[in-house]
Design a protein around this ligand. Sequence first.
Ligand SMILES: Nc1ncnc2c1ncn2[C@@H]1O[C@H](COP(=O)(O)OP(=O)(O)OP(=O)(O)O)[C@@H](O)[C@H]1O
Ligand SMILES: [Mg+2]
Length: 405
Amino acid sequence: MGNCCGTNISSDSTSPSGYARRKGVAGLSASASSSRVSAASVSVPPIPRSEGEILQSANVRGFTFNELRAATRNFRPDSVLGEGGFGSVFKGWIDENTFAPARPGTGMVIAVKKLNQDGFQGHREWLAEVNYLGQLSHPNLVKLVGYCLEDEQRLLVYEFMPRGSLENHLFRRGSHFQPLSWNLRMKVALGAAKGLAFLHSDRATVIYRDFKTSNVLLDSSYNAKLSDFGLAKDGPTGDKSHVSTRVMGTYGYAAPEYLATGHLTAKSDVYSFGVVLLEMLSGRRALDKNRPCGEHNLVEWARPYLTNKRRIFHILDARLGEQYSLAGAQKAAALALQCLSGDSRNRPSMEKVVATLEQLQDAKEPSQLQRKLSGRGNGNRSRSSWRSEATPPANGGRSAHPSQP
Ligand SMILES: Nc1ncnc2c1ncn2[C@@H]1O[C@H](COP(=O)(O)OP(=O)(O)OP(=O)(O)O)[C@@H](O)[C@H]1O
Ligand SMILES: [Mg+2]
């Protein structure tokens, strides 16, 4: 990292096979890349079970392409919920008992992700998704309803998440997306943390590897659910401390030691969680080239403020007004800082993160003391000047989710 203005490279250029079609590794500057390229080129062990075994044991339904075409009204452009590197996501309807296509507005609402037909990595991620979500079930993981595998077609069918992604709620502007309140941010953070804690627990031992705001989906009550298990990996077994893998992930979220060595641990997810928590506190994107040089990389920019209890107001999203208490904000910022520790051993487990966030739920109104302290802690700076600094840029997202009340 270091130089925010340096050219980032994507894992495409480090990949011996060109598999890494859609994800970029986070923040490797061009000058720093050479020593890391070889470490990042460790070959990826295959998914341990065969495709047939995965599809047979998955606790989900196999759909035909025609069924999903009918359920989405021929993948109508106006039913696109969003677009990612994998392909487009469409809204559709099926009968809740028979799973047959249903008329719009009737039966069960689904989200259908349709893979762009471009190669092996897409198939691999599609299969990993069926493998993990077909077996794992938890209130904070999105439910996979089924899949379609037909000739070149690869689709995934999920429960519909009416409030879309956390990314849209944090960064999208417009009347549909009002800024999330402090309490809702803390609720979403807790839900997402519970999802990761479950994955890391003995019940799953999975490393998620792609934790970011677009992969945190929200139901109508803002319960957070993790989606996108295309990059997930089984955690280390026996006395192994890590899994060796080619570096994949998303710019801005991957842990530094993972970028440097390809050694993946559950603590890599904890780092990514710290980045997302920081995005939630600040209303800023992990990487934002539209900001002045020195502020492109959120973690680098925010770290000095996070280390000082009295300076954290500099990084808090001004759209939060005074909804949070001083103690609550300091605790959340301290948690983000811990998750972002350079030494992965100093990062908390996701279980500890959950425990801390549980204490932060429904924090009450800020006190007079907060206002006094915030004034003192920031010298002559007024809150309104932070407000203008913290306004996020418009984003080019394409999702069509309903608004928050
Ligand atoms: N189950 C769902 N219910 C409602 N909306 C969804 C659902 N799944 C995905 N979406 C919407 O579609 C968008 C695209 O999702 P997708 O997972 O394909 O890409 P992404 O997460 O934005 O990026 P990437 O491909 O890098 O993971 C999401 O950001 C979200 O707005
Ligand atoms: Mg996603």
